[in-house]
Design a protein around this ligand. Structure first.
Ligand code: FAD
Length: 473
C-alpha cells in the first residue's frame, strides 16, 4: 500500500513514483522559472532544504507539479484559494422562512450596512441617537410587517420581528433597542391596554413612525421587584390624574412623543398605564449619562411632579399589573433575538479578522486555538438561533408561555456574553477599539444581559415552572 499524506486543507497526495527518480531537463527548466521573491516567502513557512531533499527522489511528473506549485502557476494546491465569506447562518435558518420574511431580512441588512454602519461609531461617541434614521426606518415599513392597523399582530409577527431584530443587532444593538421600545413595549401597551379610541388615534401614527413611543416601568428603587413595590403614584382628581414619582432607564424618552408611564393608583393599589405626551407640565426627562453599553439609545431618568394627565389618556383597558406583564411577555422573545443578532455580528467580525490578520507568518485563523474560539462561537450562535426560531414559532402559534420566553432570554444572553468575549479576544488589542466593531457588541451585551428580566429573575421563572416550586423571595 502506498503511504498517503494529508495536507491541512484535506488534499491527499500519494507517492506513485513510476519511472525516473532523477531530475529531467524539463523539470529543471520549470524550476528555473521560479520567482525568487516567492521562494523567499515560501522559505519562511517551510523547511526548503528538507523539501529539496525530498524532491530529489521524485519522478519527473511530480517535479513538474511541484515546480508549477512553487511558481504559483500549477495545479490546485498552490492556487490562492478564496476563503469562505463569514456567514452566521450556519444551519440555513433563513431557508426555513417565507420569501416575504427573507425579503424583509435583506432590506434590513441593506439598511443597517449602508445607513447605520457608517454613522454608528460617531453617534456612539456622541452618546446620542441619530434621529435622522427614523424617517429612513419609516420607509422600510417594518412596523406593518408585525402589527395590523387595529392593534392585532400579523400571523407570523414573532418570527418576523425576531429576524428584523437579529439583522439590526448584527450591526448595531442600539438601533434594535430603539425599534424594540417603540414597536414592542410602547405599541404593545397601547394595543393591549388602550380602548378603541386610543388605538385608533395612536396606532396608525405609531405604525407610520410619525409618533415615537417610550415605555416607563422601572424606577430607581424598583427594578426586578417593580411589580410588587411600585412607588410612582396616580391619584384621580375629577377628570384628571395627578402623577408623582420617578422612572429610570426609560429608552427613547428624551425625545419620544408619547411615554407610557405605569403608576400605582392610590385608591385601589392597582398598577395603571398613562399616556404622557411630550411637553406635559410636571413631566421632566434627564438623559442618563456615562453608559458603557447601548450608547446610541437615549435612556431617560423621568421625574413626575404633580403631573396632570387627562382621564382620556389613561389606558382604559390596563387596570392591573397583569396588562404590564402581558406587554413584557409579548416583547421578551424579541430580547432573546437581540442576543442572537449581537452574537452573529461579533462572530462574523471575528471570523473575518481571523482570515486576514497575520501573526508568526500565518493568518491567525490558521492557529488551532483561534479555530477553537470560532467554533465555540458558532456553536453558541447556532444553538441560539434555532432556539429562538422555535420560540417565536410557538409564540406565533399561541403556544408560548412565560417560562419558554424566560429560558430563551437566560440562554441567549449568557451565550451571547460568552460569544462576544471570545470574539473580542480574537481581535487582541484591536478588540477594544471602536473602529473594529467588536467592542461595541461586547459592551452592548451587558445591557441585554440585565434588562427585560435579569438572568437571575428569568432563571427563577423557569425554575418555578419546571419544578413546581417557587424560589422567589
Ligand atoms: P435590580 O433589580 O436592582 O437587580 C440587581 C441584581 O440583583 C441583579 O443581578 C438581579 O438579578 C438580582 N436580584 C434581584 N432580585 C433578585 C431575586 N429575587 N433573586 C435573585 N437575584 C435577584 N426599564 C423600563 O421600564 N423601560 C426601558 O425602556 C428600559 N430600558 C433599559 C435600558 C437599559 C440599557 C437598561 C440597563 C435597563 C433598562 N430598563 C428599562 C430597566 C431594566 O428593565 C432593569 O434594569 C432590570 O429590570 C433590572 O432592574 P435593576 O437594574 O434595578 O436591577
Amino acid at each position: 500500500m502506498q503511504p498517503v499524506a494529508t495536507d491541512p486543507a484535506g488534499q491527499t497526495f500519494s507517492d506513485q513514483a513510476s519511472g525516473s527518480q532523477h531530475f529531467s531537463t524539463q523539470s529543471l527548466g520549470a524550476l528555473a522559472g521560479i520567482d525568487p521573491q516567492k521562494l523567499a516567502q515560501l522559505a519562511q513557512k517551510i523547511d526548503l532544504p528538507a523539501l529539496l531533499n525530498a524532491a530529489s527522489g521524485m519522478s519527473a511528473a511530480q517535479l513538474g507539479q511541484l515546480s508549477g506549485m512553487l511558481a504559483g502557476q500549477g495545479g490546485g494546491a498552490a492556487k490562492k484559494r478564496e476563503l469562505p465569506a463569514p456567514n452566521g447562518d450556519f444551519y440555513s435558518v433563513m431557508d426555513t422562512l417565507s420569501d416575504r420574511q427573507r425579503d424583509i431580512a435583506s432590506r434590513v441588512r441593506r439598511f443597517m450596512e449602508t445607513e447605520v454602519a457608517p454613522i454608528m461609531n460617531e453617534y456612539w461617541q456622541r452618546d446620542e441617537f441619530p434621529q435622522q434614521l427614523i424617517p429612513r426606518m419609516r420607509d422600510l415599513n417594518l412596523m406593518r410587517e408585525i402589527w395590523n392597523e387595529d392593534g392585532s399582530r400579523t400571523p407570523d409577527a414573532s418570527v418576523t420581528e425576531g429576524i428584523i431584530i437579529m439583522e439590526m443587532c448584527r450591526i448595531d444593538v442600539s438601533t434594535a433597542v430603539f425599534f424594540g421600545v417603540h414597536a414592542g413595549l410602547a405599541l404593545a401597551s397601547v394595543a393591549l391596554g388602550g380602548d378603541e379610541a386610543q388605538r385608533a388615534e395612536l396606532i396608525p401614527r405609531m405604525l407610520d413612525m410619525d409618533l415615537v413611543g417610550a415605555f416607563g416601568l422601572t424606577e430607581p428603587e424598583g427594578g426586578s421587584q417593580v411589580s410588587r413595590g411600585m412607588h410612582t403614584t396616580a391619584r384621580r382628581d375629577g377628570d384628571t390624574w395627578v402623577l408623582n414619582g420617578e422612572k429610570k432607564w426609560i429608552g427613547n424618552s428624551t425625545f419620544a412623543d408619547v411615554t407610557v408611564i405605569w403608576a400605582r393608583d392610590v385608591a385601589d393599589d392597582q398598577v395603571k398605564g398613562f399616556l404622557l405626551r411630550k411637553g406635559t407640565l410636571g413631566f421632566h426627562v434627564e438623559k442618563i449619562q456615562g453608559k458603557i453599553a447601548l450608547r446610541l439609545v437615549e435612556n431617560g431618568h423621568i421625574t413626575l411632579t404633580d403631573c396632570r394627565v387627562q382621564e382620556a389618556d389613561r389606558l382604559q383597558n390596563a387596570n392591573s399589573f397583569r396588562t404590564t406583564a402581558d406587554v413584557l411577555r409579548l416583547t421578551r422573545a424579541g430580547v432573546a433575538w437581540q442576543g442572537v443578532g449581537c452574537a452573529m455580528g461579533a462572530y462574523e467580525l471575528a471570523l473575518k479578522y481571523a482570515q486576514t490578520r497575520r501573526q508568526f507568518g500565518k493568518k491567525i485563523g490558521e492557529f488551532q486555538l483561534i479555530q477553537s474560539h470560532l467554533v465555540h462561537m458558532l456553536g453558541n450562535l447556532t444553538a441560539m438561533q434555532t432556539m429562538c426560531l422555535r420560540l417565536s414559532g410557538m409564540e406565533d402559534a399561541g403556544q408560548m408561555r412565560d417560562e419558554h420566553a424566560a429560558l430563551a432570554k437566560v440562554f441567549t444572553a449568557a451565550r451571547c456574553r460568552e460569544t462576544v468575549a471570545l470574539a473580542r479576544e480574537t481581535f487582541g488589542g484591536n478588540g477594544i477599539l471602536l473602529e473594529y466593531g467588536v467592542a461595541k457588541h461586547f459592551c452592548d451585551t451587558e445591557a441585554i444581559y440585565s434588562y427585560e428580566g435579569t438572568n437571575e429573575i428569568n432563571t427563577l421563572v423557569v425554575g418555578r415552572a419546571v419544578s413546581g416550586l417557587s424560589a422567589f423571595v
